[in-house]
Design a protein. Structure first.
Length: 332
């Protein structure tokens, strides 16, 4: 089975490509490398011993995208490509709407034209806005607070309308909670350029001495220790969820949360990181970050029941693997 992976050089995409190759799938990647590096392809080969077919194309370029569909006999698509920085999306909303929506519409048009009906789409827990209760279930009301999140919700709506109009499509929407961690080999992981926005990349940079101190955004939330609670999931558990989604015999439009089902506070994560890596992470309490919610964690029951989804990795693994990746990829 030949799978087109858009954004396959990125953080979650590259881990999923490894799982697909290990599972015997053939992989085609389309990625414009706007937020990833070509070296990822060699690293995927090093881990799996297998090669992928790569096109450095922008999905917004419809002609180039069509050339891929015309040449390759694609059976299914996993669509990771997109811009994902919440803060940047507030500053540059048009860039986010253009990139995330045009690319997806082009992709779906090509799929329809070339009769490729199976798609797995990367959505996000951000579509739940501020949840009314916890854990969050797939049928909770949806709302967003920033342009990035709105692109995810708009794409979910586009997919829903498309399925209503043409139910040859077989669509899986995966709502990710907070992916962290890295491949055990230390070859694949996440190391954003500049100052990170997300917690784990920030912790790692403080641990390596690249940044002086972690600001904990608020210790007055209604949570056990006052700091924000999230559902951190190892990227390798998350990536395998995509393979399970491809294997799911159930057709139609399906939506699943991918999270561990467990909430962890900022303080718990920092403390665990220090313990397992035997490093100090300087920190201070700062004021709340605008737009943040107190707590967010998944009910993963549906994914467990229908996909057989389970999480193998612990919070210790996530902390170890995140640090290991950055240590191996910088000259400390
Ligand atoms: P990433 O930035 O590492 O990977 C995305 C990839 O898509 C990059 O390699 C980038 O170069 C490519 N890309 C972007 N726009 C493109 C375009 N127009 N044409 C071709 N390639 C393009 O991000 P990630 O963390 O691997 O996330 C993958 C997907 O999962 C994204 O859609 C993201 O919104 C979603 N998601 C991520 C998180 C998270 O915390 N990482 C959480 C929820 C959802
Ligand atoms: N935090 C800090 N200090 C930091 C960074 C974060 O205290 O320097 C705290 C936040 O306040 C929050 C927690 O750490 O309580 C997690 O924050 P992240 O920025 O790592 O993650 P978010 O839950 O805010 O959002 C992320 C992605 C979204 C995505 C969401 C769910 O950025 O795009 O996970 O998948 F929608």
């Amino acid at each position: 089975m030949k799978v087109l992976v858009t954004g396959g050089c990125g953080y979650i995409g590259s881990h999923t490509v490894v799982d697909l190759l290990n599972d015997g799938y053939e992989v085609i990647i389309v990625d414009n490398l706007s937020n990833s590096k070509i070296e990822v392809l060699d690293k995927i080969k090093k881990i799996t011993g297998k090669s992928v077919t790569f096109y450095q194309y922008d999905l917004c370029d419809k002609e180039k995208l069509e050339s891929v569909f015309a040449k390759e006999k694609i059976d299914a698509v996993i669509h990771f490509a997109g811009l994902k920085a919440v803060g940047e999306s507030v500053q540059k909303p048009l860039m986010y709407y253009e990139n995330n929506l045009f690319s997806t519409i082009n992709l779906l048009e090509m799929m329809q034209k070339y009769k490729v009906y199976k798609i797995v789409f990367s959505s996000s827990a951000t579509v739940y806005g501020s949840p009314k209760s916890l854990p969050i279930k797939e049928d909770f009301p949806l709302s967003t607070t920033n342009p990035y999140g709105t692109t995810k919700l708009m794409i979910e709506n586009i997919l829903t309308d498309l399925y209503k109009a043409d139910n040859s499509f077989d669509i899986t929407i995966l709502r990710y909670f907070n992916p962290i961690g890295a491949h055990k080999s230390g070859l694949l992981g996440e190391d954003p350029n500049g100052i990170p926005n997300n917690l784990m990349p920030y912790i790692v940079k403080v641990a390596t001495g690249d940044l002086p101190i972690l600001s904990i955004f608020g210790d007055d939330y209604d949570t056990e220790d006052g700091t924000g609670v999230r559902d951190y999931i190892h990227v390798c558990d998350l990536s395998y969820g995509h393979v399970l989604a491809l294997k799911n015999p159930q057709n139609g439009l399906k939506i699943y949360n991918l999270g561990t089902g467990k909430g962890t506070s900022v303080l718990e994560l920092v403390t665990m990181f220090e313990k397992v890596n035997n490093v100090k992470v300087n920190r201070q309490i700062a004021k709340r970050r605008e737009g943040d919610i107190a707590s967010c964690y998944a009910s993963n029951e549906k994914a467990h029941k229908e996909l057989g989804f389970t999480c193998k990795y612990t919070l210790e693994d996530m902390c170890k693997d995140s640090y290991n990746y950055v240590k191996k990829n910088t000259n400390l």
